[in-house]
Write a protein that binds this ligand. Structure first.
Ligand code: F6P
Length: 566
């Protein structure tokens, strides 16, 4: 039976999660450790870094600058165990239907299963299908990159435009940006927003005869993507003067064959995937075609291999030494016991500039939920707000709040040892800042240190006393640091998979379904209605708006009355 852990049983028999023994033990432990400063923990334990860091295939995870001791790790592991994390992980890898509100398996791990082992869903091994699509992606990406695939007028493809949104955009866009040093194929651009400005600016200066549109949409019904795809088709056909051009300039990545064919894309140009691939977990599927076009299929394979090595680690390593489990449980420690409502992801590598935006969807669409497995509203906090910017820019923008604001913001620093652009001492400066920030957040600066410094600077005792409170840093602000040797397809694949499993573990413990996203539906439905009403108002001067609240009605009316470009 799915989800039949000790905690599931307790909850079903009326004990709320927050009243179960593992949760209560953490609560009591928080009472003892919550006020202890990490400075003390470091000075009491010279081996703290060794104790609280792990190396996975050259990727270092340093979690020593957290408000934890060995008891914390043991208690967090107890909670994970009692929540059935290992069993749930095995169910996911075995293709069980763990997405219970959509009655689907969750098998992004099958897409990067390099072990050759079968994964069975509904009595059928999905791996032959996965491998067939990978083979097709290889063939197509190589044909485009070599110039063998020609556009309608006989010219080779020099530009690829990915049209998609959410998981059909954020993953491939982030990966292409992160792997810029490996991009040796056609230039790639990404159109996602239904705002025509996105289309206009991204197609500016493109030659239609040399442009390939990759329409990426699991459902092939998403309003933004279909609007952009239709505009792209018009743009192309107007330029090349023939509907038949679509066949050489459009491919689709989708689970919805019928809709793709109805759009007019050649069935041979459909790269399929399956309903057991969630949008935000889909970069490993056909949705990665744009990545393969940009960096080549071999490097795309390395990305899959990196993720696969994390999958092995996740399923095999004991909970206490399991990086995604530790990431997840530390997140729960701060979210539920320290009341941290946000978390920051801070990459110190310009190529990872889109990583925070990518994680926003991964984390917030997965765990921004408030109803549990029993259909009950939870009475504890779940997913935190994810935000971040690349270092060092963030330091000059929002780090002030992380250092001295009223709320703890747990941070993930992502540092890279070797830059792809080793010019002068740029990289050493960048990394010095990365290490300095996590150190400053941990140690802080005491009143005594501040006053001493002010006196040395020549202030008198009274002046120093008045200024000191503003200059004190409490410190004790938790951070993780990931240190990669270099941003490569493999290390990037590892990093993404670590976070994916982190979301999974948190969802299991919080007892929410990390794989649906019903919360985005209402806005979509209302947008459809308002679209029709606005059109009626503009064209006929009349629309039934009385069912809207006063604010929405007034906004629609003002828009219809004042817009001049319909
Ligand atoms: O925003 C909701 C959502 O369904 C995401 O989960 C998904 O990644 C995105 O829309 C795009 O969906 P599709 O790939 O079906 O166009």
């Amino acid at each position: 039976m799915l989800f039949d852990s000790e905690i599931d049983k307790a909850v079903r028999s009326g004990t709320p999660l927050t009243e179960t023994a593992p949760w209560k033990a953490l609560e009591a432990h928080y009472g003892e450790l919550g006020a202890v400063h990490m400075r003390e923990l470091f000075s009491a334990d010279p081996d703290r870094f060794d104790r609280f860091s792990l190396d996975l295939d050259g990727l270092l995870f340093d979690y020593s600058k957290n408000r934890i001791n060995e008891t914390t790790v043991a208690l967090l592991a107890d909670l994970a165990r009692a929540s059935g994390v290992p069993e749930a992980a095995r169910s996911m890898f075995a293709g069980e239907r763990i997405n219970w509100t959509e009655d689907r398996a969750v098998l992004h791990v099958a897409l990067r299963n390099r072990a050759g082992s079968p994964i069975v869903v509904d009595g059928e091994d999905v791996m032959p299908g996965v491998n067939a699509v990978l083979k097709k992606m290889k063939g197509f990406s190589e044909a485009v990159r070599s110039g063998e695939w020609l556009g309608f007028t006989g010219r080779a493809i020099t530009s690829v435009v990915n049209i998609g949104i959410g998981g059909s955009d954020l993953g491939p866009a982030m990966i292409c940006e992160a792997l810029t040093p490996y991009c040796d194929g056609p230039q790639v651009r990404f159109i996602s927003n239904v705002d025509a400005t996105d289309f206009v600016e991204k197609t500016r200066n493109l030659d239609p005869a040399e442009t390939l549109f990759v329409v990426a949409s699991k459902t092939f019904t998403t309003q933004e993507t279909m609007t952009n795809a239709n505009t792209a088709r018009r743009w192309l056909v107007e330029a090349l003067g023939d509907d038949a051009a679509v066949a050489r300039h459009f491919v689709a990545l989708s689970t919805n064959h019928e809709a793709v064919e109805a759009f007019g894309i050649d069935p041979d140009c459909i790269f399929e995937f399956w309903d057991w691939v969630g949008g935000r977990y889909s970069s490993w599927s056909a949705i990665g075609l744009t990545v393969a076009l940009a960096v080549g299929f071999d490097r795309f394979t390395e990305l899959l291999e990196g993720a696969h090595s994390v999958d092995r680690h996740f399923i095999e390593a004991p909970l206490e030494e399991n990086i995604p489990v530790l990431m997840a449980m530390l997140g729960i420690w701060y979210r539920n016991f320290f009341d941290a409502s946000t978390r920051a992801v801070l990459p110190y590598d310009q190529y990872l500039c889109l990583f925070p935006a990518f994680l926003q969807q991964g984390d917030m669409e997965s765990n921004g939920k408030s109803v549990d497995r029993e259909g009950q509203r939870v009475d504890y906090q779940t997913g935190a707000v994810v935000w971040g910017e690349p270092g060092t820019n963030g330091q000059h923008a929002f780090y002030q709040l992380i250092h001295q604001g009223t709320e703890i913001v747990p941070c993930d620093f992502i540092g890279v040892i070797n830059s792809h652009n080793p010019i002068g001492d740029h990289h050493r400066k960048l990394i010095a800042n990365c290490f300095a920030q996590s150190e400053a957040l941990m140690v802080g600066r005491t009143a005594t240190e501040v006053i001493h410094e002010l006196l040395i600077r020549g202030l008198d005792k009274e002046e120093a006393r008045v200024l000191a409170p503003y200059k004190i840093f409490e410190g004790n602000r938790p951070t993780n640091t990931f240190l990669l040797d270099r941003v490569t397809p493999r290390s990037l694949g590892m990093l993404v998979a670590l976070y994916e499993h982190e979301f999974f573990v948190q969802g299991v413990v919080w007892r929410v379904n990390s794989f649906d996203q019903w919360g985005v539906e209402l806005g979509k439905v209302l947008a459809g209605k308002i679209l029709g009403e606005t059109k009626n108002l503009v064209t006929n001067g009349d629309a039934e708006l009385s069912h809207h609240d006063g604010s929405t009605r007034a906004l629609i009316e003002r828009f219809a009355a004042r817009q001049d470009n319909d």
